[in-house]
Design a protein around this ligand. Structure first.
Ligand SMILES: Nc1ncnc2c1ncn2[C@@H]1O[C@H](COP(=O)(O)OP(=O)(O)OP(=O)(O)O)[C@@H](O)[C@H]1O
Ligand SMILES: [Mg+2]
Length: 241
């Protein structure tokens, strides 16, 4: 919980599926209260990096430290108990369950602390008031943007040190993308630290302080979001193209 070092420090991460590595010697860090984007073309390994942080990729070397704790060898349920949480690619909601039950699933490790769970729920509803109005509704009946809000809310319910978001803007309407981007900026104002995988360079540059570009499983570029916002991201476009 303490310390002035980065909240997430990934060193020499190599990992993949079966015998093949798809991520090679990746080094990246996220400072406390910092928002960092991980950009890259399809298949670059962005999701694999996030899954590795959550302990979901078996074949993995290197070290991953969150808030001063080496989580490299922890099982996923321990990592998810307040170290890191993910709003995954495709949202992965339990569509038969209500909005509120989906949210509460994010706080499994806190279930004995009802006041804390209620306080976290209240903060999610403050961020996304529409979810409070729909809290008894089955998630299947929500729009894509509302489902993404539930996925982000569920991630927040575990009260993690680092938030991992995998393409939260994908397949959303422009209005919904704007709502998600504003929510991420509000989280930053609350002091959250986040690692955001995005295909929208504009969203990443709007929300984040720093950007990394991953290509063929390697970090090939690192720049300030300021640099990208000034429109000097032709390099990124080249990498993403
Ligand atoms: N479960 C898996 N088993 C085997 N190979 C996989 C698996 N998941 C991903 N891969 C492969 O690993 C590589 C990296 O995939 P990954 O999903 O991390 O890419 P990505 O950068 O997130 O791409 P996208 O932008 O399309 O989401 C790809 O070549 C992919 O085919
Ligand atoms: Mg992906």
């Amino acid at each position: 919980m303490s310390g002035t070092g980065p909240v997430l420090q990934i060193e020499s991460l190599s990992c993949g599926y079966g015998r093949f590595d798809v991520v090679h010697e990746v080094n990246l860090h996220v400072g406390r209260g910092e928002a960092v984007a991980l950009l890259g073309p399809n298949g670059a390994g962005k999701t694999t990096v996030l899954r590795a942080v959550m302990g979901l990729v078996r074949n993995r070397r290197g070290s991953i430290v969150v808030g001063g704790t080496d989580i490299s060898d922890l099982p996923t349920h321990r990592i998810a108990s307040g170290h890191a949480a993910i709003a995954p690619e495709g949202r992965r909601l339990f569509t038969d369950l209500s909005v509120e039950d989906n949210l509460i699933l994010g706080a499994l490790h806190l279930r004995r602390d009802r006041p804390r769970v209620q306080a976290l729920l209240a903060s999610v509803y403050a961020l996304f008031p529409v979810l409070k109005a729909y809290r008894r509704r089955r998630s299947a009946f929500l729009s894509g943007g509302e489902q993404q809000m539930v996925a982000i809310g569920r991630m927040l319910m575990s009260d993690p040190e680092i938030l991992l978001l995998d393409e939260p803007s994908i397949a959303l309407s422009p209005v919904a993308v704007e709502i998600v981007a504003r929510a991420l900026m509000a989280l930053r104002e609350r002091g959250a630290s986040l690692l955001l995988v995005e295909q929208r360079v504009d969203v990443a540059a709007q929300v984040c302080d720093r950007l990394y570009v991953l290509r063929h499983g390697e970090i090939v570029e690192e720049m300030s979001a300021e640099h990208a916002r000034r429109g000097e991201h032709s390099m990124i476009d080249t990498y993403l193209g």
